[in-house]
Design a protein around this ligand. Structure first.
Ligand code: TYD
Length: 207
């Protein structure tokens, strides 16, 4: 694969989306070919799956169905968008990838990290990111930010505090398990500092 695959992970309200836009702008100004995308979504059918999963009316969806839907959306997004861009030499910055499923469905919804990884094997085969940046922020601060920004909340945002705590703990476990791939940055700082920290990590992968 010619390009580089970089994923951004973190709890809800960790600032990935704001920071990713700035990172892409900076990399483009420096002459890199960059593509920004996100999960769940990024391509038409996956956006439709996203609407189903995150719809506040679907509170009764069981954890395994949820994990399978995320994996199906992931497969489509990977095949249609991410892999072609990597083959063309793009740096692909992806807001969430398989680690979100490991943290949210594996730990938050208690399916188990290994089980969720197994469910995802059909979706990702052996494709893992070259680098994953974990936006480390206390889950309560993240939720506070969502409320303050008055972002429209979705089904996941509205889950209980206990769920969000488990997701955060899940991320810490994943950071340990994949220590060679995942790097933590302090996402409680102001945006410019988070951008600077993320750029520093991305540059290490590019040279
Ligand atoms: P989104 O609005 O994109 O949240 P954010 O901007 O914080 O990334 O909603 C995505 C939600 O879906 C988020 O709460 C995390 C959740 N999610 C999973 O539970 N499993 C997954 O595999 C993925 C990709 C996301």
């Amino acid at each position: 694969m010619k390009g580089k695959f970089i994923t951004l992970e973190g709890p809800d309200g960790s600032g990935k989306t704001t920071v990713s836009l700035k990172i892409v702008q900076l990399l483009q100004q420096q002459g890199y070919k960059v593509m920004l995308t996100r999960e769940p979504g990024g391509v038409d059918i996956a956006e439709q799956i996203r609407n189903v999963i995150l719809d506040k009316k679907n509170t009764a969806m069981d954890a395994k169905t949820e994990a399978l839907l995320y994996a199906a959306a992931r497969r489509q997004h990977l095949v249609e968008k991410v892999l072609p861009a990597l083959q063309q030499g793009y740096i692909v910055i992806c807001d969430r990838f398989v680690d979100s499923s490991l943290a949210y469905q594996g730990v938050g919804r208690q399916l188990g990290i290994d089980k969720v990884y197994a469910i995802n094997l059909f979706a990702i085969e052996d494709i893992m990111p070259d680098k994953t940046i974990f936006f480390d922020i206390d889950y309560q601060l993240g939720l506070q930010r969502i409320r303050k920004n008055e972002r429209v909340s979705d089904r996941m945002d509205e889950a209980s505090q206990d769920f969000h705590k488990m997701v955060y703990d899940g991320y810490l476990q994943i950071c340990q398990k994949y220590a060679d791939r995942i790097v933590k940055i302090d996402a409680s700082q102001d945006v410019d500092h988070v951008v600077e920290a993320a750029m520093k990590e991305i540059k290490k992968v590019l040279c």
